[in-house]
Design a protein around this ligand. Sequence first.
Ligand SMILES: [Mg+2]
Length: 230
Amino acid sequence: MNIPTVLLFDIDGTLISTGGAGRRALELAFGATHQREDAIATFKLGGMTDRAIVRQGLEIIGQPPTDLAIAMVIAKYLEFLAIEVPKVAADKYVIHPGMTEAIAEGKKLGAAIGLGTGNMKDGAKIKLQRVGLYESFTFGGFGDDHEMRPELIRRGAQRGVKHLRVPWTEARVVVIGDTPHDIAAAHAIEAQCMAVCTGGFTRQQLTEAGADWVFETLAAPGAIDVMLDG
Ligand SMILES: [Mg+2]
């Protein structure tokens, strides 16, 4: 690793899969606040920020997506997430191949290891603590930072370069993600995107979306080297 590097890991579909706990907690939150567990039934959540998901759900059920309305659903979601995450069977709640090794290798070589996720920070903590990964990340850009993914990725990158004590212009920023949203957000801030096929998108879809690199998983030969050295 010749250039100071910030790594920003997406959570869902990239670092881990939670066996549907996130969607279930959101359904329960809409049920508790609006008696409409079906609010998010018609769209895919991958790559969306928590606030954007809740906004869309509120619009679908005809409720004004005010800041207060969004905050109320999110608060319930976090309560339900803490209940739903421990319920998922161990074989459904998984760290994806190569992720633990990628974090360890990046750390060893002095990269700044952060999160770049649409999850609220408290939700990220609940999801990652179950598999012992939360403490691996000392900073991040989160759903609390911004509803739009490029902006929260920007915040994560800013925090990362601060850790490295270099100007942004001297650092390399790599987003590791599983959806076209991750790729678009990375490119919006002139970062690179390493895409993995563990979140439901295919190699072809991620290539067409403009990923700088696509690997089935980070356990593929050479993937971690590319992530760290370009
Ligand atoms: Mg994802």
